[in-house]
Design a binder for this molecule. Structure first.
Ligand SMILES: [Fe+2]
Ligand SMILES: [Fe+2]
Length: 371
């Protein structure tokens, strides 16, 4: 994995970040600067070996492939990502400041993640010659552009917008080999589905807690993410080595651990946001991991043992280390920074070494959204 650094306008970004520190995101420049951040916890932009991906032959999964592409071409969510009479007015000025800060942080981070998918998929479409691959990536880029645009629309009402054009040109691109793109993107699509549907179902039961209309859009939205995940499951199915060799099983375990623990730590940074939704972040994490694990059995021969006694303990240790690390960065305390890094690494190793649960993977990956 190597970083491909595009020439960032460091002065502008540094200024925006400095202005933004501790006050939350207050304007478009601050929102864009937040989206520009590349830490272990913030969404990244990816690039890969597009020629290798273009060479994929989907004939081993042709039947399922054609069904999925036909379904995506039918575009059931064509008119969904538009504000209509269900879009209630929100008075951003009277929103409790801590909630407002965390909610904007959530929207900016979600918008960046959606747009990250759009940029990667569009690039594959632009570079490819393989009709199957080009068609799929074009359809996925279409969806992600809608998702990112819709979040930006919601942010605009708070007087904020992420400058997506600026991000495309200036955000750092991280190189992942195609197989790492499959593992990471498959998981991010499926965990995205599980996150959106869990919040949607919870608010369906507790509509009085729906403090913003965007949550009403999550059901159809998560179906797009589900389909994208299906596409990556099929891509992995074209080459059994990707999920069957022992080295790749270790990589799968690594990506599962990294994606789950990142989500846990990131969500625990937004206590006011989760309190407003009436969601306990520990309950939410376990629920999302359970759904994602169940889905990922379609293609991964292992799942993480999220009921193991060391699992929750490890997540909490990682979370505490992360809080101390953030404090150490602010205060410039070098010793605290070193011990925080060591504690975070140890917690991650403890999570990673929990024995995985093995599964028999079914011949066909085909699944329907079931939650
Ligand atoms: Fe999306
Ligand atoms: Fe997606």
């Amino acid at each position: 994995m190597k970083d491909m650094t595009h020439s960032a306008d460091a002065a502008t970004v540094e200024e925006a970040l400095a202005a933004d520190n501790h006050q939350g995101v207050v304007d478009s420049e601050g929102a864009t600067a937040l989206a520009m951040q590349n830490t272990l916890l913030t969404p990244r932009f990816y690039t890969t070996d597009f020629d290798e991906m273009d060479a994929i032959d989907v004939s081993p999964v042709r039947e399922d492939w054609d069904l999925l592409i036909a379904q995506m071409k039918a575009d059931p969510n064509k008119g969904h990502f538009k504000k209509n009479e269900d879009w209630d007015h929100i008075d951003w000025d009277t929103m409790e400041p801590k909630l407002k800060r965390e909610f904007i942080d959530f929207l900016v981070s979600s918008c960046t993640a959606e747009f990250s998918g759009c940029v990667l998929y569009k690039e594959m479409k632009r570079r490819g010659n393989n009709e199957d691959i080009v068609t799929l990536f074009q359809l996925m880029a279409r969806d992600e552009a809608r998702h990112a645009g819709f979040i930006n629309d919601a942010l605009r009402e708070a007087g904020i917008a992420v400058n997506l054009g600026f991000l495309t040109q200036k955000k750092k691109y991280t190189y992942f080999r195609p197989k790492f793109i499959y593992y990471a993107t498959y998981l991010s699509e499926k965990i995205g589905y599980a996150r959106y549907i869990t919040i949607y179902r919870h608010l369906e039961q507790n509509p009085e807690l729906r403090f913003h209309p965007i949550f009403k859009w999550f059901k159809e939205w998560c179906n797009d993410e589900f389909s994208h995940g299906e596409a990556f499951a099929l891509l992995m199915k074209t080459d059994p080595k990707l999920t069957e060799s022992w080295q790749n099983k270790l990589w799968i375990k690594f990506f599962l651990t990294a994606v789950y623990s990142t989500m846990y730590v990131r969500d625990h940074q937004r206590p006011a946001f989760h309190a407003a939704l009436g969601v306990d972040p520990d309950w939410y994490a376990h629920e999302v991991f359970t759904k994602t694990s169940e889905i990922s059995k379609q293609v991964f021969p292992i799942t993480l043992d999220i009921d193991h006694p060391r699992w929750q303990k490890g997540l909490e240790a990682l979370q505490r280390a992360n809080v101390d690390l953030a404090d150490a960065k602010t205060s410039g305390n070098v010793i605290k920074r070193i011990t925080g890094t060591a504690r975070a690494a140890m917690a991650f190793v403890s999570l990673f070494t929990i024995p995985a649960v093995k599964h028999q993977v079914p011949r066909s990956t085909r699944l329907e959204p079931a939650y």
